[in-house]
Design a protein around this ligand. Structure first.
Ligand SMILES: N[C@@H](CCC(=O)N[C@@H](CS)C(=O)NCC(=O)O)C(=O)O
Length: 248
């Protein structure tokens, strides 16, 4: 990867847009278009989560793509996200640089989008499983990295990741049974579907054998129009990261 680029929703822009440099909230920042800073669509599962959240919320935003191996671009990212991690959302003078912070911010500015389900108990459940995904499942993440271009038929999953897979599919089965599917909290997508979407892609990439309910949920996630748009863009990316493209 060699350049920093802005991608749709609208026209391509060079480098990080002016809003990225407006570190202090002010009038100019308050009127600027929202930006979502992300990295590779093929490899960055956190970028996918942030992007799905913004799309589910119906936010009109520009994408700013920061290549992981471009030092200058990463210095610019520091102006947006003190963690130097993506995704990072800037909107009307506010910056959010953690995926859960982005989820709650979007829920605050777009309360009618349904990022949290209706009902106090369901919302508590939704926030809890999103928190589990945000802070847990390290073995799954490290041994089955997101790679939308790859397919590993018959992949033997490392034993250390099996408890993560068991817990995630237990979460899915419980939600699908309690709220009736096809999404985790019923007929409408919530922040939970954005949080778990990259896991569904890993199960497809690494040919993970699943119970029927979990396999059905993976199909539902992969069939979403937004997912298909993201996967198409990921497949068109020229970059390859050797460490993540190794043969297992
Ligand atoms: N839990 C963090 C994780 C963010 C994260 O780890 N992002 C990765 C990309 S998938 C990153 O920016 N890594 C540093 C890099 O790409 O250089 C969040 O919620 O935003």
């Amino acid at each position: 990867m060699s350049t920093t680029a802005t991608r749709p929703a609208r026209a391509t822009r060079p480098k990080v847009p002016a809003t990225a440099k407006a570190a202090k909230p002010g009038k100019a920042a308050a009127t600027a278009r929202a930006t979502l800073t992300i990295s590779s669509k093929n490899y960055s599962s956190w970028s996918l989560r942030g992007w799905l959240l913004a799309r589910f919320a119906g936010l009109d935003f520009d994408e700013v793509v920061v290549p992981p191996d471009d030092a200058a671009a990463r210095r610019e990212l520091l102006l947006l996200a003190p963690s130097i991690l993506v995704p990072c959302l800037t909107h009307e003078g506010a910056k959010s640089w953690n995926v859960m912070a982005i989820a709650y911010y979007l829920d605050e500015i777009r309360p009618d989008a349904g990022l949290l389900p209706p009902g106090r108990a369901a919302r508590a459940h939704c926030r809890s499983i999103c928190g589990e995904m945000n802070s847990g499942f390290a073995n799954l993440r490290s041994s089955l990295p997101m790679n939308l271009k790859a397919r590993h038929k018959g992949h033997k999953v490392w034993a250390g990741a099996l408890p993560d897979i068991e817990r995630i599919t237990e979460i899915w089965r419980e939600c699908l049974a309690a709220y009736g599917g096809p999404y985790l909290f019923g007929a409408k997508r919530t922040m939970a579907d954005a949080m778990f979407a990259p896991v569904a892609t890993r199960f497809v990439t690494y040919d993970v054998k699943l119970d029927p309910a979990s396999a059905g949920y993976c199909r539902t996630v992969m069939a979403m129009a937004e997912m298909q748009e993201w996967v198409k863009a990921a497949k068109a990316e020229p970059e390859e990261i050797d460490e993540l493209d190794m043969d297992f």
